[in-house]
Design a protein around this ligand. Sequence first.
Ligand code: ZN
Length: 272
Amino acid sequence: MPELPEVETIKRGLVQRLARKPRITAIELKCGDLRRPVREEELGALVGQRLTAVTRRAKYLVFVTEKFNLVNHLGMTGSWRFEKGGGHLKHDHFVMTLSDKTKLIYNDPRRFGLLRLVETGSDEHAAVWGRLGPEPLERDFDSGYLWKQTRGCRSSIKAWLMDQRRVVGVGNIYASEALFQAGIRPRRQAGRIKQAECKSLVTAVRRVLNSAIDSGGSTIRDYRNATGSEGGFQNLLSVYGRGGDPCRHCKNRIASNVLAGRSTFWCPRCQK
Ligand SMILES: [Zn+2]
């Protein structure tokens, strides 16, 4: 499942291709049977709208038009691509024809993705975004926030990091990697993380996410960026997916276990 760096990478690719802010001249919904069923009438309101921006909030891509936000979550296998001619592929579910004669196509074999149109400023708009925590790369996620929000919290620090109401966009891969860099065991109770550790954890989260964005995300299973190529961060992972392998820092074996239903990796020597 794509996490923040993958969605950010895809977003940057889309922003480049949509720099001239084309108008949407037609839409076609071939299959609306996604995670949340969607109908062609709902998305039809996009016709005539200009695509003014593509942004990211948490793990959502947001296609911004004059009146609407088309909110997209890629689920397990969603992807966007541009086509000049016909080029129809299996599992192409949604097609936007643009005024520059290209087609912007959403493909999703497993159909866990989300397409939802919300009117800017509506109650629904507020409801969609209201429950999300701060962005990890923005200023309001700092060591003071982490310290305050974890006090009295009895869940593990890894589960805390992955809770989108606490901080958005950090999934299993990047939570594991950031905890390694900060020297904190994933299983530690969030409420017991010390003040100095909060500081190093915030730094580690930012560093891990930024270097993943710099290398175009991690390709684990199906993720591809906007140009169809793989990310490179999977080659730089320190612990995730490396159970039994030597730690890159101390050569001790990386341990793995299941924590809160998710596979978890750590170095028993480097992480306390
Ligand atoms: Zn180690």
